[in-house]
Structures are given as C-alpha cells and as structure tokens.
Design a protein around this ligand. Sequence first.
Ligand SMILES: [Zn+2]
Length: 121
Amino acid sequence: MHEISIAGAIFDAVIDAAGKNNATRVKEIFIEIGELTALNPGQLKFIFETISKGTVAEDAKYDIKVIKPLINCRKCSYNGQIEFFERLHFFLPVIKCPQCGDIDVVLKEGRECCVKKIRID
Ligand SMILES: [Zn+2]
C-alpha cells in the first residue's frame, strides 16, 4: 500500500501546478507509472478521488498510463522490452536480458511515476 504516499506526492504536484496557472478547476490529469513501481492504477485513482474532494481537482478525470520496462543489455546490446522480471524485493526487481540472460542491463524506462500534464480551466 505505498500507493497512498505516492498518490499524495503526485496530487500535491497537481495542486501546485494548478495554483501556479490560476486554475479554477482541474479537468484531467495524465499520469505515467512504470510497471516496475508496482503501483496499482485502480488503487491510485481511488486515492486521488478521495483526497481531491473539496479541491480544484475534485471530479477530475484520470488518465493513468502504465509504462512497460525497457532495457538495454550491456552484454549483447539487446534493446527492448523484458518478458518477465523476478521481484525478490518490492523495490528491487531482478531484471534479465531476454536474449542472453545476463543481468548487466540498463533500465531505460519502467520506474517513472509522474504527472505528464494536466488540463485546467
Ligand atoms: Zn543480453
């Protein structure tokens, strides 16, 4: 349930951006979360709907996109998605190259968790 603290941080960023742009209402919020964050989009949405009550973002729509992990293998130079990952620890998944099986890979995408844009009035 680390969704609550992350949702709170995302929501603060939305309210901050809305305030800076003199928004009277936030209509839509676009969020990207990496699959490796293990965040649950449905859970996030529920938390946003709860904490946005009484704010400019009340009744905003949420567009939550889950980003597939993308890696770059240092050994065989494979570039692309991974087929699976073992989650030994919640925040430390073991990522292997699907081509050569090496773990010497660079994670290019899959850990993001951010607000891409918001639509305001
Ligand atoms: Zn490889």
